[in-house]
Design a protein around this ligand. Structure first.
Ligand code: 6PG
Length: 223
């Protein structure tokens, strides 16, 4: 399950690389949550004013309102969506409806959409989106979006896309920076595929998988 490693000296250079990629993409783009992508989103907003040819989706969401500080939509809205001139469709996961209802609605909305790009982060435990180690969602073959239980902060119910849906994209891009991700990055990109490390299972099925890293996050990878 090959991954193309793109290792940058500093985290900001990794953010620039992802910003450039996002700003040059049209079509259906699946964003990630967490804190790492904020800088990439801010830089992407500086690079492009008209995003009307982009439909935004999310790989996962916390079951909170869009204005909640834990909202993945809220992160992207503050750093990117609210900063640009023209937007296309924005498909927010309506987490405030609760995991079951929000997942069912989002599943219906995205099920037949093949994303053009999927952006993912990696947690220190090797989770990605809200696919946590040994989660039943890892084996889901029917639904594109399912409820998920958080195994890391913030401990709030989640909605996540499932591996088969994420893998449909011809381009899957992981962004990870910082030494605290080094062990998870090594397991994800240099270890065997394992349910203990969901990121090790996530690869574009017929396209390209990139890992955009800074030197610190890549420090556990073999030379
Ligand atoms: C989420 C994200 C999650 C994130 C990782 C890394 O909802 O939390 O989708 O998968 O990418 O947890 O988060 P950080 O970027 O904050 O380290």
């Amino acid at each position: 399950m090959s991954v193309e490693l793109r290792i940058h000296e500093e985290a900001d250079q990794a953010a620039v690389a992802v910003a450039d990629l996002l700003a040059s993409t049209d079509g259906d783009v699946v964003l990630t949550g967490g804190s790492t992508p904020r800088r990439a989103y801010e830089l992407a907003a500086e690079r492009r004013a008209d995003w009307s040819d982009v439909s935004f989706w999310w790989g996962d969401e916390r079951c909170v309102g869009p204005d909640d500080e834990r909202s993945n939509y809220g992160l992207a809205h503050a750093a990117l969506l609210a900063q640009v001139g023209r937007l296309g469709p924005v498909h927010r996961i309506r987490g405030e409806l609760g995991p079951a209802r929000a997942a069912a609605l989002y599943d219906e909305e995205i099920r037949d959409v093949v994303p053009d790009v999927v952006l993912l982060g990696i947690g220190p435990d090797g989770h990605t989106a809200s696919l946590f180690p040994r989660s039943p969602a890892l084996d889901e073959q029917e639904r594109a979006a399912v409820p998920a239980e958080a195994a890391l902060q913030p401990f709030v119910a989640r909605v996540t896309l499932t591996p088969w849906k994420l893998a449909e994209a011809p381009l899957v891009v992981f962004l990870a920076t910082g030494r605290d991700k080094a062990e998870a990055v090594a397991r994800a990109f240099a270890g065997p595929p394992s349910a203990d490390t969901p990121a090790s299972l996530l690869r574009s099925r017929n396209g390209t998988t990139l890992a955009v890293l800074d030197r610190a996050a890549a420090s556990g990878l073999p030379d």
